[in-house]
Write a protein that binds this ligand. Structure first.
Ligand SMILES: C[S@@+](CC[C@H](N)C(=O)[O-])C[C@H]1O[C@@H](n2cnc3c(N)ncnc32)[C@H](O)[C@@H]1O
Length: 275
């Protein structure tokens, strides 16, 4: 099977499993609304390894396109160090966080295009960044080719070494009694890029501590959502029973005990077309 087909198939079976667990409850129109505030970050913060690594590719006279920019966690620190940045971001709640943070921080060289990348009409830029977006993109070949076609100098893709929700796959199994089907991530991306003939470099970054939960109630709320557990159901009861034993306190937050921290990777390449 082609790597691009396998990628699509992984997403389709994962989504089908989510739909099965969600039952009659329709998916939210803006999936990111409950999480958007988590993607707000001080654009002038220091000591963020990923930002520092990305900035090595960006110079003050360059333009940047951030595809799936979210709340501007990466876009805004980069905007401070480049000529201008266009953020392509379909989620209203995420785009609102980004716009508000840019205003509060006095950053004026950012514009937001509220579209999915597949539908967006934007000019090419020197650098095209796309961080933690592709895990659910079915037509990965078309998506990556469009990123490539819009980059004059470099494409910078940030992707985890394992599926972003893989830390809760163990809990999924306990709560639902079946294995969680995984989304594609770095290993499958490498196969896709090879198949597309895109010569790329991979920089694997150090493991990243998960954000964690403020308290048990926060953990129950977040995990119920991510595991599609309806309030008052047998699964909700099971989750509430088992959760205190699965959590451990670290650095003032609750984290899932013994979970494998995710490692972001920067996958970069120079486009092979005339600038
Ligand atoms: C996990 S967030 C990452 C946000 C940001 N890049 C970061 O690393 O902080 C994924 C973002 O991708 C956006 N997204 C999802 N599908 C997209 C698509 N087809 N085109 C553009 N953005 C998309 C979502 O709306 C969401 O804001």
């Amino acid at each position: 099977m082609l790597a691009t087909e396998r990628w699509r198939q992984m997403i389709e079976v994962e989504h089908a499993q989510s739909d099965e667990m969600r039952g009659a409850v329709p998916p939210p129109t803006d999936h990111w609304r409950p999480y958007a505030a988590n993607f707000r970050a001080d654009p002038r913060r220091t000591g963020d390894d990923l930002v520092d690594l990305l900035l090595e590719y960006v110079s003050p006279d360059q333009t940047v396109l951030d595809v799936g920019a979210g709340g501007g966690r990466l876009a805004l620190p980069i905007a401070l160090r480049c000529q201008s940045l266009v953020a392509v971001e379909p989620s209203e709640s995420m785009a609102d966080v980004l716009t508000q943070q840019a205003q509060e921080s006095g950053i004026e060289n950012v514009s937001v295009v509220q579209e999915e990348w597949q539908d967006a009409w934007v000019d090419p830029a020197d650098i095209v960044l796309c961080a933690h977006v592709i895990y659910t993109i079915r037509d990965i070949g078309g998506f990556l080719k469009k990123l490539d076609a819009h980059a004059k100098k470099s494409v910078l893709l940030v992707v985890y070494n394992a599926p972003p929700q893989s830390q809760i796959y163990g809990i999924w199994q306990e709560v639902h009694g079946k294995e969680r089907l995984p989304l594609p991530s770095l290993p499958e991306l490498k196969e896709v890029l090879e198949e597309l003939g895109i010569n790329h470099q991979v920089d694997l970054m150090p493991p990243q501590s998960p954000r964690g939960f403020d308290d048990l109630e926060d953990a129950i709320g977040q995990l119920s959502r991510r595991l599609y557990v309806a309030a008052g159901s047998a699964q909700a009861h099971r989750l509430e029973q088992m959760l205190p034993g699965l959590l451990t306190e670290e650095e003032g937050v609750l984290r899932i005990r013994d979970s494998q921290p995710l490692r972001p990777a920067l996958v970069s390449w120079q486009p092979n077309h005339p600038a």
